[in-house]
Structures are given as C-alpha cells and as structure tokens.
Design a protein around this ligand. Sequence first.
Ligand code: NDP
Ligand code: 2IT
Length: 451
Amino acid sequence: MKKYKEDIQKLKNLNCKEDDVFFQAMEEVLLSIAPLLKSDEVYKKNAIMERLTIPDRVIKFKVTWFDDNQNVQVNTGYRVQFNNALGPYKGGLRFHPSVNEGILKFLGFEQILKNSLTGLPIGGAKGGSDFDPKGKSDFEVMKFCSAFMTELHKYIGPRIDVPAGDIGVGGREIGYLFGEYKKITSSFEGVLTGKPYFFGGSLMRPEATGYGVIYFTETMLKIEKAEPLKGKICTVSGAGNVALHAIEKLYHLGAIPVTCTDSKGTLHDPRGVDLELLKELKLKKRVSLEEYLKTHSEAKYTPVDEYPEGGHAVWHIPCYAAFPCATQNELTALDAKALLKNGCKSVSEGANMPSTTEAVNAFLDAKICFAPAKAANAGGVVVSEFEMSQNASMQRWSFEKVDDKLKDTMQQICKRVALTARDYGVEGNYVDGANIAGFKKVADAMIAEGI
Ligand code: NDP
Ligand code: 2IT
C-alpha cells in the first residue's frame, strides 16, 4: 500500500492540476482495496491497479461549427475509453465549459466500478466537450452535436462503445447526436442511450438516476436504521435531470424535499419545493431558480456569492437526509460539519463524487449512513443498459417493467455493497463496500481475459 501511495504522490507531482479529481477518485479506491491487494497476490502479479488506472485510450478531437451569426466556433471533444473487461465501453457525455481530460478520466474511472457493481455486461467510459449549451439556440446545439458526431462516430458502436447523457446532455442533445450518426453510417442502431422514447429510447431513462438514488437510500436506511424516508425533511442540490427526479421520488415516498440549487444559488421552500414549477423553469425554460420566487414569494433564494461563510447555503439547512445531485466536490468539509451539527443522518450522492475527501471522511467518522456515488447513482446507467437490451431485441418494455427492474437492481447493489463491507470487516462503510465489490469483478475479468 505504501508503494501505491508513493506512486500516486509521484504522479501527482508530475501532472497538472487537471488530474486532481482523477487522483482523488483513484486514491479513494486504492485505500479501500488495500486489504484485498495485500491478501491476494494475484492482483499484484497481474499488475491490475496499473492496468486499471490507465485508460485503454483517450480520443481527443477538434469540433468546429458555425454559430447563428455565421462565426466559426471551435471546441475540444473527448472520449475516454477506459476499460471493456466486462462489456462494451459505456458512460455519458458531458457538455460544460469546465470539461477537460482530467475530469473525464475521473468520471471514466468511476464508471468502470459503477458499471461493474450493476452486475450488467458494460465496461467504463466517459466523454464530452468544453462546449456550453447554456444560452445557445436549438440550431446552434444541433450544429455543435453534428460536428461532434462527425468525429466521434469513428470510435463508437452498439458493441464497441455506447455513450449517453450527463451534465448538459439530455434528450435534445442525444437526439441530434443520434441523427448525425444515422446520417453518416446509414445505420439505425442502439449506439446511444437516453434517446427520446419515440425513436428507440427506454421509458424511465430520464427518471432513472434520480429514482435510483432514492431506491438505494430507502434500502440503505432499511438495512442500517430500519427507518423509512416518509415524513423526513430532505435537502437536495442541483436542479437538473438527477435532482428533479430524486425530488419526484422523495414525494412519492412521502418525504419532504425542501431545497434545490443551480450554479448560481440555493432555493429553500420549507413547505416542500413545487416540483412542477421547477420542471417548467429548469427543464423547459432553462432559466435561473430565482424565477421561482415570482410564484412563491415566501421561499428563499440565496445566491452563491452572497453566502458569507463559504460553502453552499443548501448544506446549512437542517435535514434528516441530504442528496448532493449537482457536480463534483460541491459538498466540502465545512458543509459536512454543518450537516452533522444539524443532525443529518444520511447522505446519498446523486452526482459523481460530489463530496470532497474530507467531507466523506467526516461522514464515515460520524457513522451516519453514507451512499457513495458509484453505488447510489448507478440507476441511470442501469436503465441505459435496459435501453441497449430493448434496442438489440427490437422490443419496448412498459414503464412498470423498467421501474420494477430498476428498483430490484438498486436493492441488489445496496445489499451487495453492505455485505461486502461486512465481509471485509468494515460493516456500514459503503465506500469500502462499493469499491471492493466493484473492483473485484473487473479485476477478475481482466485476469481471466489475459493481457
Ligand atoms: P444537468 O445538466 O441536468 O443538471 C446539472 C445541475 O447541476 C444544474 O442544475 C446545474 O445548474 C447544477 N450545477 C451547479 N453547479 C454546477 C457546476 N459547477 N457544474 C455543472 N452543473 C452545476 O445534469 P445531471 O442532473 O444529469 O447531472 C448531475 C450530476 O449527476 C453530475 O455529477 C452527473 O455526472 C451525475 N450523474 C448523471 C446521470 C444522468 O443519468 N444524467 C447519471 C449518474 C450521475 P444550472 O442549472 O445553473 O446549470
Ligand atoms: O455518470 C453516469 O453514470 C451517467 N452519466 C450515465 C451513463 C450512461 O451510460 O447512462
């Protein structure tokens, strides 16, 4: 273990800041699987960690397109094909100005273990671009997506690599990407998931990640505390695909979600947020959360830069359960301290790696329920795999069938994580449970497949 830590430090010293999030994700996994690497020589002998932490390939390309004023715009596109030991490369595309290779390597690495935990035949990948869909017209988004796919299509296929959505990529973007792929290849096939339903998408894919987080949390609270979510005050961050569907499922279960956030601030409505209005503002009109106050003047909106102590206002609001569903490292040590001080009993990560290392350690030390992203937010990729199955067999499944299968899969993941933690002497530590269970399956496949 000491050797791995020294190696990581050496790599950290060599690399630029971009890779910080990648090392953060890698370090957490290494610490969790240390006992396994120590007790089982086979992983060391096969250099599994070295092989698992270097992507199979990183594809980087230029994307040029015309904006509405006929100006040429240039962006960078990426696809990080990380590991296909368990199945075709699978993972989302993120369109956001912050996107760089380091962020996509962190997301791709996490995706390998997440996809392994699902028990489904899918490998790990991630991609995207520094393109910002915000403020662009539909036509500009279409132009960009076409240009992006002109290059990406060379590297993907239903049995090779199947991208999906992530931040800034929803049904609209997937539709344009699919249209361009079809035009170039003349092939109508399941090369992307998260497609709108009427041309091959799965029912429930939009809801899947948010609903999945809540199904996972329900199971975790049953195992660890024998408590339901019903009647509990919950805080949620984000106001996108994951956050809004997590809020929806919380309402289905009788919980009271009182917050959401966007990149500019926190909205707090103590009576429970108005979900229909939020969907209208964030998914349809794509405007600021502040607009919510025009309908509900009694709610409170705290802009990010007006919060005096640093950190996000959302995590300072008392709650039983917290659901960070916006972006990486949004929940800091300061936020964790505030949550714990206010009696929070459960944190479930809807976003990928939303809690900093210090925040995770604070939750584990306090022994509250903590559901790490790679287990808790696997619902999205689970239903993506269901979409691949439906496309390959030319079938359509009902909403109830997809929902039942999603719920069952999230319960299975939760139980596997809890049991693995117990088997390795760290009962209740879902971070170690998820990392060990996810790692073991991929590592064993890599060994069985030879080098
Ligand atoms: P969306 O683009 O639909 O929504 C992202 C939300 O987060 C927006 O409300 C955005 O605010 C807010 N946000 C706040 N700060 C930031 C920031 N610094 N960068 C980007 N967004 C910010 O994304 P999703 O809901 O799909 O994804 C949210 C998280 O969930 C991500 O971590 C993603 O990787 C993860 N995830 C997504 C899955 C999926 O199926 N979509 C599956 C598994 C994980 P604003 O409205 O101001 O832009
Ligand atoms: O982080 C994720 O799991 C996703 N963005 C979804 C990936 C997918 O292939 O559905």
